[in-house]
Design a binder for this molecule. Structure first.
Ligand SMILES: NC(=O)c1ccc[n+]([C@@H]2O[C@H](COP(=O)([O-])OP(=O)(O)OC[C@H]3O[C@@H](n4cnc5c(N)ncnc54)[C@H](O)[C@@H]3O)[C@@H](O)[C@H]2O)c1
Length: 269
């Protein structure tokens, strides 16, 4: 299959891993010295992987807008911007309305930062959402040209794709907090957590070994404080409670358990 011409905006963990899949991708990342936006002008699909921090429970889209205001004047209407940054359901649809001159897709990334290139090359699935016919398929074809033929694709609308990403990350956060409480109980009872973990991971409904890092509890590093799970849990909890009026009880509990685990690190350290 012939490779499409691909661009990447934001050459960080996700952007570099995405760029690594393709021959000669065009890169736009002014903070890293890739300052010329016109390199994107002849790209079929442009993957956007810039930071979207959580500020006061909301996605801070300042960088996304900064980039779009710079590049949309030089793009053609048939070019697709595939949003790899993690954004709340409805965000890409709103961007499409604000920037009608280009086409958008939602293409959340699920890689683990410590094995970014390997995960990008061998994803568990590729999720692509679009709200107009043909767009998701075009992005999928770009991946199909470079990924193993047995990789599963989920082609859907943009809000569903965005929801899958937040549901995935908050479920992983929940799983970590849950297993930390099981670990605590094992400590009190003098039960070997490693044997409990093995007994759990042999059940595929709970998860199999290699892909199941959330079952591992590091006693000298309790809780999660990575770049993604805390900010995504905070944004999604706030979205559920403040935008949808849901109690989001488990989401709050996940954050409470994690805060307790992180404070025990401080006490121990
Ligand atoms: N790191 C992960 O494991 C991971 C996994 C899945 C999804 N994500 C999501 O992907 C997005 C990017 O995360 P990351 O970890 O790759 O971030 P990162 O900080 O590693 O990379 C972001 C890149 O964007 C660049 N950038 C900043 N301002 C810019 C601008 N105005 N124009 C162009 N480029 C600019 C930075 O220089 C940097 O290279 C986030 O929304 C994150 O939640 C991250």
């Amino acid at each position: 299959m012939v490779q499409a011409r691909v661009g990447v905006i934001g050459y960080g963990v996700v952007g570099a891993a995405t760029a690594g899949l393709f021959d000669n991708p065009a890169i736009y990342d002014p903070p890293k010295g890739y300052e010329d936006p016109t390199v994107l002008a002849d790209c079929d699909v442009i993957f956007m992987a810039v930071p979207v921090p959580t500020v006061l429970g909301k996605n801070d889209l300042t960088i996304v807008h900064e980039v779009l205001e710079t590049i949309t004047p030089i793009l053609r209407p048939d070019q697709i911007i595939a949003m790899r940054s993690t954004v709340l359901p409805g965000t890409v649809r709103a961007l499409q309305e604000q920037y009608p001159g280009v086409r958008f897709a939602s293409n959340p990334e699920f890689l683990r930062a410590h094995r970014a290139f390997d995960d990008a090359r061998h994803p568990y699935r590729v999720v692509i959402g679009a709200d107009e016919p043909g767009i998701a398929e075009r992005v999928a074809d770009v991946y199909r040209a470079v990924l193993d033929p047995d990789v599963e694709f989920v082609l859907t609308d943009t809000r569903t794709a965005e929801m899958i990403k937040y549901a995935a990350n908050t479920f992983l956060a929940l799983k970590i907090s849950f297993m930390h409480e099981v670990w605590d109980a094992c400590q009190i009872l003098g039960i070997d957590y490693a044997v409990v973990k093995r007994g759990l991971e042999l059940d595929p409904r709970i998860g199999d070994g290699e892909a199941n890092e959330e079952l591992t509890v590091q006693p000298d590093r309790l809780g999660f404080d990575d770049e993604c799970l805390p900010k995504d849990l905070a944004a999604f909890t706030s979205f559920l409670q403040n935008e949808l009026g849901l109690p989001a009880t488990l989401f709050d509990a996940t954050a409470t358990v994690n805060a307790g685990m992180l404070s025990r690190r401080l006490v121990a350290g």
